[in-house]
Design a binder for this molecule. Structure first.
Ligand SMILES: CC(C)(COP(=O)(O)OP(=O)(O)OC[C@H]1O[C@@H](n2cnc3c(N)ncnc32)[C@H](O)[C@@H]1OP(=O)(O)O)[C@@H](O)C(=O)NCCC(=O)NCCS
Length: 146
């Protein structure tokens, strides 16, 4: 977590590769976690067949939002900060769709435990890409109460 925040987060921010949001705790003295968001695309063929027919077959794929990183510092885990960061990322993703449309939020889970964390909130694995999960922006809208 430290390495990414010290070295890459600002570089990626300047180049508009990803936007990093940090969670400050202890009167803003410490960073307890962070998430990153970027634009992405999802090939229609990666969706479950039941969903595929609901979206247009554009060569560019379907617009999506990538939750590239989400992490809580090991000393702050188990206190609800992971959920708070995830909901914050989803709310920002949803709000951004009023300017740039996006039909899904996608994530890459680093392991089976991370997949289980996301599945609690309604993410589902992309059938053709084990470890990659998606959630529709409609479900996000309901989750964040918009
Ligand atoms: C996954 C991670 C972000 C969770 O952060 P956290 O602050 O410990 O999570 P929270 O305390 O907000 O937990 C929210 C809920 O998810 C559950 N949960 C937390 N980690 C979980 C996991 N790995 N698997 C399944 N459920 C999990 C909690 O039990 C809690 O449920 P409850 O409210 O019913 O008790 C954190 O463990 C982490 O940074 N891990 C390393 C990086 C990582 O895996 N990132 C995500 C994918 S790349």
């Amino acid at each position: 977590m430290d390495g990414y925040l010290r070295i890459l987060a600002s570089q990626h921010g300047r180049k508009k590769i990803s936007t990093t949001t940090v969670l400050l705790v202890d009167d803003a003295a410490r960073i307890a976690g962070y998430h990153t968001l970027s634009s992405a695309r999802l090939d229609l063929g990666q969706l479950p067949p039941s969903l595929m027919k609901r979206y247009p077959r554009y060569a560019e794929g379907i617009p999506a939002t990538l939750l590239g990183r989400l992490a809580v510092d090991s000393g702050y885990r188990g206190k609800g900060w992971g959920e708070a960061l995830l909901l914050n990322a989803l709310e920002r993703s949803y709000l951004a769709t009023s300017v740039v449309a996006s039909a899904f939020v996608i994530v890459r889970a680093i392991d089976a435990e991370a997949s289980r964390f996301y599945e609690r909130y309604g993410f589902k694995e992309l059938p053709a890409s084990p470890g990659r999960l998606f959630i529709t922006m409609r479900t996000v809208q309901a989750l964040v109460g918009r």
